[in-house]
Design a protein around this ligand. Structure first.
Ligand code: BGC
Length: 376
């Protein structure tokens, strides 16, 4: 896990970044009034459908399956507080039932916006309907919420692009070691209950499938489908077990393993652990999240790549959405077609992910006080 020091450093940066973010409401009363408007004050319950400037904002986070979620907790607490809101930030380490209860309780407490990083994006229909019925707005954070009309906005790094970058990195990393294919690879995907997992995989396969078709890549195990590649719960132990099985069935008698598509850093390190335990050379392995241990591994020449999805920027973009809603204005979105949740296309604000290898790590983490020193 990323150090507490990093969380502190990041949260103070976020607090700074949010200061002067255009809060026009400071000092105004918190009492809601549906009538006030047009006076220049963005205070309470404005005509455009806003709400009181010191309202409660709920943030429902999933399990701590990667460092980004841990970082988000403190960033939301500090960022919402410095924007003048009350914050109720919860993790649901106990699973879906716990997250459902937490969201229900945020509704009961009168939260005006509920930000949801779903464990299982298709299991929150009842609680989000209750949120909508109470007049609260719902923002899906990082992971899309599926099969419900009760989600107003989505804010995330561009998930398909993440997969494309991973697919390209895998090809590039293998070409650096061996100029020409065919290359033997294996494929891993994230947890099937997380709406992102399939999008990451589809993005990567948009690059890799044509190379499988033309014979440049060979998936030795034959396990090319998302359902075969998934890692339940994004758990390292599940990826490690599957990799152990793949290695003993396919690579124990001399077949070289050139590369592994891994959807994130936690699983990348599990794959590397498995391969090393089997006494094989470490193949080209992709990742995502810029976790401390993976950045160290990249600098040491083991893991090949990761993705920088700076949590500070994602939380900041989310809080800006909340601030727009508070004022009764339309939040910024830049995508109104990609994220169909089965019931509606959810307007999204998508941020740009950045691929990181040893070559560009110093530049990519230049403004990250924890990661930058690791690149020296
Ligand atoms: C996030 C990834 C993360 C994964 C596991 C995904 O929904 O987008 O950044 O690695 O969850 O926590």
């Amino acid at each position: 896990m990323r150090s507490f020091a990093k969380v502190l450093a990041l949260s103070s940066v976020a607090a700074l970044a949010l200061t002067g973010c255009g809060r026009s409401d400071s000092g105004t009363s918190s009492t809601s009034s549906a009538s006030g408007s047009g006076t220049g004050s963005a205070s309470s319950g404005a005509a455009g459908g806003g709400f009181a400037a010191d309202s409660l904002i709920g943030v429902a986070l999933p399990q701590k399956t990667s460092e980004n979620w841990v970082l988000a907790e403190q960033l939301f607490k500090d960022g919402l507080a410095s924007a003048g809101f009350k914050a109720d930030v919860q993790f649901a380490n106990g699973g879906v039932g716990e997250q459902q209860n937490q969201i229900q309780s945020m509704v009961t407490k009168g939260a005006k916006v509920i930000v949801v990083g779903a464990i299982d994006g298709s299991q929150l229909g009842t609680q989000l309907k209750a949120a909508a019925d109470s007049g609260a707005k719902v923002i899906a954070y990082d992971r899309l919420v599926k099969n419900t009309p009760a989600v107003d906005y989505y804010v995330a790094y561009d998930n398909f692009k993440v997969g494309v970058l991973q697919g390209n990195a895998l090809l590039e990393g293998m070409a650096k070691k061996k100029a020409n294919g065919p290359y033997n690879i294996e494929l891993f995907a994230g947890s099937p209950d997380d709406a992102n997992a399939k999008v990451f995989f589809d993005g990567a396969m948009s690059v890799l499938q044509p190379k499988i078709d033309d014979g440049t890549l060979k998936v030795t195990s034959g396990q090319v489908k998302f359902e075969q590649a998934v890692t339940q719960g994004w758990k390292a132990e599940n990826a490690q077990k599957r990799m152990d099985t793949l290695v003993s069935a396919n690579y124990s008698s001399g077949t070289a393993l050139d590369g592994v598509l891994s959807p994130n850093d936690t699983l990348a390190r599990a794959v590397i652990t498995s391969v090393k335990a089997a006494g094989l050379p470490v193949p080209v392995v992709t990742g995502q999240d810029s976790e401390v241990e993976s950045v160290k591994s990249i600098m040491a020449g083991e893991q090949y790549s990761t993705i920088n999805k700076d949590t500070r920027n994602l939380v900041k973009a989310t809080i800006e959405m909340v601030q727009a809603l508070q004022k009764g204005t339309e939040p910024t979105v830049n995508d109104t077609k990609s994220y169909d949740n089965g019931v509606k296309v959810v307007p999204a604000n998508l941020l740009e992910p950045v691929i990181v290898t040893k070559e560009n790590a110093a530049e990519a983490y230049a403004n990250d006080p924890t990661l930058e020193p690791l690149t020296k």
